[in-house]
Design a protein around this ligand. Structure first.
Ligand SMILES: C[S@@+](CC[C@H](N)C(=O)[O-])C[C@H]1O[C@@H](n2cnc3c(N)ncnc32)[C@H](O)[C@@H]1O
Length: 224
């Protein structure tokens, strides 16, 4: 491992906005579960970004909505380091990063604790549909921590993941809110807020746009 990466890993343990549990923690509930309002010292709504990488959505949304709390979740420390460092430099008090596998969400969040979930350029797992972050397995996990009206957002370059998710919404009778086939040519009309939100770009999004990939967006509520 490079010197810089090692330095960042050790720095990460000192960042006040990063929660980095022991790797064996997933076997039991983390003590932070159900106490996020104490972490943020308020009762504002809570939004998660899963597989956040450097957390561009976590940071971008936190700036747009200072009265909402955001947690970026990713397993890779070097990526989280970037977002966490920026959030500290910019004094974004409504941002935290959690270093864990998204598979263990229920160890960190209790029922009705989360308002919305963002999935940004998640791996489409072409050969393993169950591992897709919009598979029934994951949706059931989200359901157990989301408020009843909670929203899931998917932004993706992957035709496979986009079509799979639409199919899942249809089959499982979830409530589709928005379906945008190309976020860059879509006519937002009066919906300035959605346009602002969807103009936040992630590291991977920049790469895919350069390769002329079409960026798609879906939002939906899980059937109750
Ligand atoms: C394609 S990248 C997208 C990163 C970022 N959202 C972006 O758009 O630039 C997928 C991210 O998901 C993370 N990831 C993949 N599987 C994960 C898992 N099971 N738990 C936590 N993070 C995971 C990876 O570490 C990686 O940062």
């Amino acid at each position: 491992m490079g010197k810089d990466k090692l330095k960042r890993f050790s720095q990460l343990t000192t960042f006040s906005n990063v929660i980095q549990p022991n790797t064996d923690y997933f076997e039991k509930e983390h003590h932070i579960k159900g106490t996020w309002n104490k972490v943020f010292k308020n009762h504002h709504p809570l939004i998660l970004e899963l597989g956040c990488g450097a957390g561009e959505y976590t940071l971008g949304l936190a700036k747009l909505f200072p009265n909402i709390n955001f947690i970026g979740i990713d397993i890779k420390g070097a990526r989280i380091w970037k977002g966490a460092k920026l959030a500290l430099d910019e004094k974004l008090n409504n941002v935290r990063f959690l270093r864990t596998k998204v598979d263990y969400l229920q160890q960190f969040f209790k029922e009705n604790e989360v308002d919305e979930i963002w999935l940004t350029f998640s791996d489409p797992h072409p050969k393993k549909p169950r591992k897709r972050l919009t598979s029934e397995l994951f949706i059931n996990r989200y359901k157990s921590i989301l408020k009843p009206n909670g929203i899931i957002h998917l932004k993706t370059d992957s035709k496979l993941l986009y079509e799979f998710t639409k199919e899942e919404i249809l089959i499982r009778k979830h409530n589709l809110i928005k379906d945008i086939q190309n976020v860059y040519t879509y006519s937002y009309r009066e919906n300035n807020q959605l346009e602002k939100i969807l103009s936040i770009m992630t590291f991977y999004e920049y790469k895919w746009v350069e390769m002329n990939k079409i960026i798609k967006y879906l939002s939906f509520r899980i059937r109750s």
